[in-house]
Ligand binder design. Structure first.
Ligand code: HEC
Ligand code: HEC
Ligand code: HEC
Length: 114
């Protein structure tokens, strides 16, 4: 009996800690304005995407959850210019459009707003 109780207390504690860790993960800024090269900066609605997509890795599999990550990786030549734009942003917007779902822009000026 005692052992079972102890195991239950420990398991409850573990789940509680995991719960807090997940809930308190840094969600990043609601809106992020980042560098879009000579085409002009991008005003990116970050939280809107978190809600619409649900999966952080839809984007963060190609760059970490760190401010300035895309710029840094491009400078280190680990990402090509326009790679995130084409393979992540525009790819998803096109796929959703094709599927007839709610989507984001594919026109240059809709993302590069300065
Ligand atoms: C649609 C793409 C996309 C999705 C989905 C996404 N993010 Fe981000 N996230 C970005 C971009 C773009 C940046 C800015 C990177 C940069 O500055 O180079 C960023 C930056 C961040 C940062 C760094 C702080 C900041 O505000 O710049 C954190 C933390 C972060 N994201 C957390 C998350 C979490 C947690 C999720 C899932 C719940 C998530 N993101 C989903 C695109 C996304
Ligand atoms: C869905 C949003 C979106 C659309 C639409 C879009 N871009 Fe981008 N663009 C980005 C993002 C995000 C970056 C920065 C990340 C990267 O370089 O992949 C970027 C970066 C760039 C860069 C800078 C590359 C560098 O490193 O110097 C150029 C130039 C550019 N875009 C041109 C264009 C042109 C031209 C169009 C229209 C044909 C266009 N973009 C449409 C999001 C977009
Ligand atoms: C996995 C799919 C997916 C990816 C990746 C993605 N988007 Fe989107 N985007 C969406 C969807 C879905 C919407 C429409 C959301 C809504 O209106 O509820 C949207 C909307 C937008 C809008 C319009 C927001 C508004 O207020 O109408 C912009 C700007 C945008 N995305 C930029 C970007 C940029 C820049 C990136 C890359 C860093 C990106 N998106 C990556 C799915 C995606």
């Amino acid at each position: 009996m005692r052992v079972k109780f102890f195991v239950m207390v420990v398991l409850t504690a573990i789940f509680f800690i995991i719960g807090i860790a997940v809930a308190s993960e840094n969600q990043g800024a609601e809106k992020i304005n980042f560098d879009g090269g000579n085409k002009g900066a991008i005003d990116f609605p970050h939280h809107l995407h978190q809600v619409a997509i649900g999966d952080c890795n839809a984007c963060h599999s190609s760059f970490p959850k760190v401010e300035g990550a895309i710029k840094d990786l491009k400078e280190q030549k680990k990402l090509k210019k326009k790679q995130v734009m084409n393979e992540t942003c525009i790819q998803c917007h096109k796929a959703k459009k094709k599927a007839g779902e709610k989507t984001g822009p594919t026109k240059c000026s809709a993302c590069h707003v300065n």
